[in-house]
Design a protein around this ligand. Structure first.
Ligand code: G6Q
Length: 556
């Protein structure tokens, strides 16, 4: 049995769960007029309301005791101190250093990394500003109108999410595109309308060996050369962000256009590094600094706030409460700000790649569940799609709701209607609708007794479905930086409680390995029998159908 499940606080939580599992949040709100004041916290202009969760003072006390027993405070210190907490890759985890403008030095393996971080950031800003101000000239002395970021996973989702989120803060006559899929449609659809003379590519790859990115990068390079008839101008149109500088140079990218990242920055935590080049080009250096500043404010809060007032810690503990005691398998992230439409996808990687693990820090199989299945969508869209299951399904799906007090243009008619939905959903999920309430409503509509009895079961909402709400003034760069950092640290704290390494990702390797060997098998039309019957069958069917199309397939 694991140490975790033997902790007094864990055992006490299990007992407490039995006592509280049938208590309705309606009763909790009725019993305590100060529930909102008690269970809400604020950082900068972000209000975190967690009062609509199935917790009491006793629950919170036990969860905080669990955090203490799991040594959360010293683990936080270890991360910020540059200890090699990513033990399977023997690396420090210091994305926080990338947004730290106040420390005098940050040591990693005996070296102060701050000067290098700052120098690299200045290089990124210098290039970005040249492109933004049109000083940077492309092949025929034209200014850049389109930037294409080629990357995948952590080298894609963060910059994409931020670029979408900060769209109102971006230059409107400079388009930023993202290509990640090795499916040729992605790059072809993107390049189709672009002019090579005004297009600038960023090859974003920490390793510079990722198949998807390298195949797309090569296609982009060929497209550029074919269109312009020579390789000469590549240095004006291609840049790279990587920790593998030699490979980027070998690809043909001029050294002055290669930006460095470090092994202590994990891919899914890298948007703060030069991987954010596309962000700086879009929103400019000052706004990028604000993004970093917002994240840094949260870093300071995370290090200094006592556990009971520490927002990422509370977010994490609530997740543990539902995951491990209520046996909730999933969690929903529901932004009500259109510009956060890629936030659920971004967070899905951040959370599921970090905490989707069954082996603990000592190499043992855990005997408790870890990271939830995270999904989400713009809240309003979700309301007309999967919210049915949230309200009346058989599964408990705790949800985070994110919403702005005012939107960018602030058209009151739109925004008030939007916000009425935010407040209504959290209330509906919490309160539900009782049988009596449903009956009264149907009676008021003039239905007969018989009609009412037939319909009532379907009109009841059990409620007691937890939501936490992040209500922020508006989605400016600083606020976005803070929101992202809150989630990064939440994920880390959960990893600490579950005693897993949130910073490696061995689970993505097996598929990659097999794809490599299968790729060789696809290079000819011979039928194969080296796999299980399903995989053989699928591959052979593909080869048969493909050969019927011979002549249309192109090598390249
Ligand atoms: C993130 C993962 C993974 C990685 C991609 C791209 O934490 O490590 O998503 O970011 O596989 O890797 P490269 O940047 O090396 O191409």
């Amino acid at each position: 049995m694991s140490e975790l499940t033997q902790l007094d606080s864990w055992l006490a939580l299990a007992k407490h769960y039995d006592e509280i599992k049938d208590v309705h949040m309606r009763e909790m709100f009725d019993a305590d007029a100060n529930r909102f004041e008690k269970y809400s916290l604020q950082i900068n202009n972000i209000l975190y309301d967690y009062s609509k969760n199935r917790v009491t003072d006793e629950t919170m006390g036990l969860l905080l005791q669990l955090a203490k027993d799991a040594d959360v405070a010293s683990k936080i210190e270890a991360m910020f101190n540059g200890e090699h907490i990513n033990h399977t890759e023997d690396r420090a985890v210091l994305h926080t250093a990338l947004r730290d403008n106040s420390s005098e030095s940050i040591m990693v393996d005996g070296i102060d990394v701050l000067p290098e971080i700052k120098a690299e950031r200045e290089r990124v800003k210098a290039l970005a500003e040249k492109i933004r101000t049109r000083e940077w000239r492309g092949a025929s002395n034209q200014a850049i109108t389109d930037v294409v970021n080629i990357g995948i996973g952590g080298s894609h989702l963060g910059p994409l999410m931020v670029n979408e989120a900060l769209r109102p803060h971006s230059l409107h006559d400079l388009n930023v595109h993202f290509v990640s899929n090795i499916d040729e449609n992605h790059i072809n659809d993107t390049l189709e309308y672009l002019n090579p003379e005004t297009t600038f590519f960023i090859i974003a790859s920490k390793t510079f060996t990722t198949q998807d990115t390298m195949v797309n990068a090569e296609t982009a390079r060929q497209w550029f050369i074919n269109k312009l008839g020579s390789e000469e101008q590549i240095h004006r149109h291609f840049s790279a962000v990587t920790s593998n500088v030699p490979l980027a140079k070998e690809f043909g990218i001029a050294e002055e256009n290669v930006f460095k990242m470090w092994d202590w920055v994990g891919g899914r935590y890298s948007l703060w590094s030069a991987i954010g080049l596309s962000i700086v080009i879009a929103i400019g250096s000052e706004a990028f600094d604000e993004l970093l500043e917002g994240a840094h404010d949260v870093d300071v809060h995370f290090q200094e706030a006592p556990l009971e007032k520490n927002i990422p810690v509370i977010m994490a503990l609530l997740g543990v409460w539902y995951n491990n005691f209520f046996d909730a398998q999933s969690m929903a992230v529901l932004p009500y700000d259109q510009h956060l439409h890629r936030f659920p996808a971004y967070l899905q990687q951040a959370d599921m790649e970090s905490n989707g693990k069954y082996v603990d820090m000592q190499g043992n199989t855990v005997d408790y569940t870890t990271g939830p299945v995270l999904f989400g969508e713009i809240g309003i869209a979700g309301q007309h799609a999967f919210f049915q299951l949230l309200h009346q399904g058989t599964k408990l799906v705790p949800a985070d709701i994110l919403a702005p007090v005012y939107s960018f243009r602030c058209i009151a008619r739109h925004h008030r209607a939007l916000m009425s939905n935010v407040f209504a959903q959290t209330e509906a999920l919490m309160r539900g609708k009782t049988e009596d309430e449903a009956r009264d409503e149907l009676a008021a509509e003039g239905l007969t007794e018989e009609q009412i009895e037939n319909l009532v079961p379907y009109k009841v909402f059990p409620g007691n479905r937890p939501t936490s709400t992040l209500l922020f003034d508006t989605l400016d760069p600083k606020t976005l930086g803070a929101i992202v950092a809150l989630y990064e640290h939440k994920i880390f704290v959960q990893g600490v409680v579950w005693n897993i390494n949130s910073f490696d990702q061995w689970g993505v390797e097996l598929g990659k390995q097999l794809a490599k060997s299968i790729l060789h098998e696809l290079n000819n039309d011979n039928y194969i029998n080296t796999h299980d019957s399903s995989t053989n069958g699928l591959i052979n069917h593909y080869k048969k159908r493909r050969s019927m199309k011979t002549g249309t397939e192109q090598e390249g």
